[in-house]
Unconditional design. Structure first.
Length: 238
């Protein structure tokens, strides 16, 4: 805990590029200003917010471990802006983040993997109840299920990595996803300061040549794989 507090204070001290200031790439400026800071005033679907409220009231797991509304809304804006050919989620939980991801691109196939059978079933019921688009929940061991899904993943995708929060599996998951990416893809890693191992994984993937831009929001990290961007590391107070 003390390590995370220290890292957060350091993050606040070194963050830059508030609302896109100092960013010269039009693509990156649009992402930071429009998507991260929502300059267009986009609103999340009311049904998703109500469901998030309801489940948070009923289940301690949602309050403790699911994505917050602030970051769920960010996931919604990312998929809405990027309009990927597929969405991949590693770590369904009870389906809260799945709702936000799918709602941003409701016609896009979404494949989500969850290791806990009960939570996977609850997430599947949630998806059916809200009548979302083509969403598939895969229950089982993360690495094994990811191997099954990899051949289906197109070059243009959004991935949300919120599974095993340890160095080796986190790096392995992101490496497999990066290898599937074409000219453009977006990978979001959750809890990049959850532990020293997770932060080490974040720093390693940021160094890969395929990762053009890494955006450190402290609670999440975003990797942009667009080939025409210059290698850039950004810290933002979000």
């Amino acid at each position: 805990m003390a390590w995370r507090i220290f890292k957060y204070i350091k993050h606040l001290f070194y963050f830059r590029h508030r609302k896109g200031h100092g960013i010269h790439s039009p693509y990156l400026f649009e992402f930071v200003n429009g998507v991260l800071f929502n300059s267009q005033g986009t609103e999340a679907p009311e049904a998703i917010l109500k469901e998030h409220h309801r489940l948070g009231f009923k289940h301690s797991f949602v309050r403790r471990s699911s994505v917050s509304m602030k970051y769920g809304f960010l996931l919604y804006r990312i998929t809405r802006w990027f309009q990927p050919e597929m969405i991949v989620e590693l770590g369904t939980g009870m389906g809260i983040s799945t709702l936000y991801l799918s709602s941003g691109a409701p016609e896009t196939p979404l494949h989500s993997i969850e290791g806990d059978r009960e939570r996977a079933n609850q997430a599947a019921q949630l998806i059916v109840r809200l009548c979302l688009g083509p969403v598939s929940i895969h229950w089982g061991e993360m690495s094994e299920k990811l191997e099954h899904i990899l051949p289906l993943i197109p070059e243009r995708f959004v991935a949300f990595v919120d599974g095993n929060h340890h160095y080796e599996p986190a790096v392995a998951y992101v490496r497999k996803l990066v290898e599937r990416a074409g000219e453009e893809a977006v990978i979001v890693m959750d809890d990049i300061y959850w532990s020293r191992g997770m932060h080490r994984a974040w720093k390693e993937v940021c160094s890969w040549p395929e990762v053009q831009v890494s955006i450190d929001l402290f609670h999440m990290g975003i990797l942009l794989l667009r080939k025409d961007l210059h290698k850039t590391e950004i810290k933002i107070k979000f």
